[in-house]
Write a protein that binds this ligand. Structure first.
Ligand code: CMP
Length: 364
C-alpha cells in the first residue's frame, strides 16, 4: 500500500501521466487513504492487546499507543486522506510523502539511531553549539573583510551567513566567494573547521552505535548463557563475568567447527542444536549445555577430534586468553571443565602423555 501510495504521488506530478490516467490515479489514491485510515482505527482498537495492556486498562493503552512513535506516524499517514476529503485527491496527493514516515516501524536501525541520539544528546548539542559559534564568527569576519570589495554579497551579516554555512558544511556552491587574500585565508580556516565539526559528530554517533550494539549483544549473550545448564549453578556476578567473554556463533548443519590436528584457540558451549565429535568407531553427540574444544586449551596439544554441526546450532565460544583468565578467577568452573576433559576418552589425561616440553611450557 505504501509503495502504491507513493507511486501514485510521483505519477501525479507528471503532466502526461496525470492527464492519461487521472481516474485510475484518483481511485488508487482513495483506496490507499481508506486503507491507512482503517489501519489507524484498527491499531487503536487493538492497542489493549499489546503486552502490559491488562495492567494499564483499555483506554490508557490506546492513549499510550496514540502517543507512541508508531501511533504518531500512523496518524500523520491519515492526513492525506483528510486533506483529500477537503481539497480533493489532486491536491492531497502532493502531501502523500508523509506516508514514508510509516516505514519507521519496519526499520529497526532507526530505533537504534533514536536511542543513540538520545544517549549522546549532550555531546551532540555541545558540538552543535560549537558549530553555531564558528558560523557566527566566520560570517562576522567575512562581513568585516569582504564588505568593501563585494557590498552586494557581503553587505550584511545575514548575507555573509549564507556564505559561512555553505563553506562550513564544505558544500561550496561557488555563488558567493571571498576575493580578498584575507577573505580566502578565512575561507580555508572555515572549511577545515567544518570538516572537524562533522568528524566530531560522526565520531560521537559511531561510538554511540558501537556501545548500543555491544549492549544488545550483551543482552543476547546473557539470554544464551542462561540457557546453558553448565552456568546454572553460578551466581549472577559470574554470569555477568562470563557474558563479557563469550561470543555467540551460529553454524549451519554440516559445518566443521573444530578440525582434528588444528591448534586450539577457543572452546565452545552448545546453546541449541547438536554437534558430533567424530570419533571411531562411533561419533559422540553433544547437545545443549555441553561443551567441547577444552582439551586442546588445557593441554596445549592439537585438537584430538573433528567436531561437526549435526544440525543448525548456536554456540558460545570462549577465546583461549579469556579461558585462562576465567579459569584462573573461577576455580569452580576450572574444576568442572578439568574433570570433564579427564573423563573424555582421548581427552586431557591421554593427551598430556603426548605433550611436548614446549607445549607444557606454553600451557604453564
Ligand atoms: P579438543 O581436543 O580441543 O578438540 C576436539 C574436542 O572434541 C575435544 O577437545 C573434546 O572437547 C571433544 N572430545 C574429544 N573426545 C571426546 C569424547 N570421547 N567425548 C566427548 N567429547 C570429546
Amino acid at each position: 500500500m505504501l509503495a502504491a501510495g507513493i507511486g501514485i504521488m510521483i505519477a501525479d506530478t507528471e503532466a502526461a501521466w496525470r492527464s492519461a490516467l487521472s481516474d485510475a490515479l484518483d481511485a488508487g489514491f482513495w483506496i490507499v487513504c481508506a486503507f491507512f485510515a482503517g489501519e489507524y482505527f484498527l491499531r487503536l482498537a487493538a492497542a489493549p492487546g499489546a503486552p502490559g495492556g491488562e495492567l494499564r486498562g483499555a483506554w490508557r493503552s490506546r492513549l499510550a499507543w496514540a502517543g507512541s512513535m508508531g501511533g504518531i506516524c500512523d496518524l500523520v499517514g491519515a492526513v492525506p486522506g483528510a486533506l483529500a476529503v477537503v481539497l480533493g485527491p489532486e491536491v492531497a496527493s502532493l502531501f502523500a510523502f508523509v506516508w514514508a514516515f510509516k516505514l519507521v516501524r519496519y526499520a529497526p536501525g532507526l530505533v537504534v539511531l533514536q536511542r543513540v541520539i538520545a544517549d549522546a544528546q549532550r555531546a551532540l548539542l555541545s558540538v552543535f553549539l560549537g558549530f553555531c559559534i564558528v558560523l557566527l564568527v566566520s560570517a562576522s569576519l567575512a562581513y568585516l573583510i569582504e564588505r568593501g570589495t563585494q557590498p552586494q554579497i557581503f553587505g550584511s551579516i545575514p548575507a555573509a551567513l549564507w556564505w559561512a554555512i555553505v563553506t562550513l558544511t564544505t558544500t561550496g556552491y561557488g555563488d558567493v566567494t571571498p576575493l580578498t587574500p584575507l577573505g580566502r585565508i578565512l575561507a580555508g580556516i572555515v572549511m577545515i573547521s567544518g570538516i572537524l565539526v562533522f568528524a566530531l559528530w560522526a565520531g560521537i554517533l559511531a561510538t554511540g552505535f558501537a556501545q548500543e550494539i555491544r549492549r544488545r549483544e550483551f543482552l543476547r549473550t546473557w539470554d544464551l548463557v542462561a540457557k546453558v545448564p553448565f552456568f546454572h549453578g553460578v551466581g549472577a556476578a559470574v554470569i555477568a563475568d562470563v557474558v563479557r567473554l563469550l561470543r555467540p556463533r551460529e553454524y549451519p548443519a554440516g559445518a566443521i567447527i573444530v578440525r582434528r590436528g588444528a591448534p586450539g584457540d577457543c572452546m565452545y558451549f552448545v546453546v541449541s542444536g547438536e554437534v558430533k565429535v567424530q570419533l571411531r568407531p562411533e561419533p559422540v553427540a553433544l547437545g545443549p549445555g555441553e561443551f567441547f574444544g577444552e582439551v586442546a586449551l588445557l593441554t596445549g596439544a592439537p585438537r584430538n577430534a573433528t567436531v561437526v554441526a549435526a544440525r543448525h546450532c548456536t554456540l558460545l565460544s570462549l577465546d583461549i586468553v579469556d579461558f585462562r583468565e576465567l579459569l584462573g578467577r573461577r576455580p569452580d568452573l576450572a574444576r568442572v571443565i578439568n574433570e570433564e576433559a579427564e573423563r573424555r576418552p582421548g581427552g586431557a589425561a591421554r593427551n598430556s602423555g603426548r605433550e611436548t616440553r614446549r607445549q607444557r611450557s606454553r600451557r604453564d
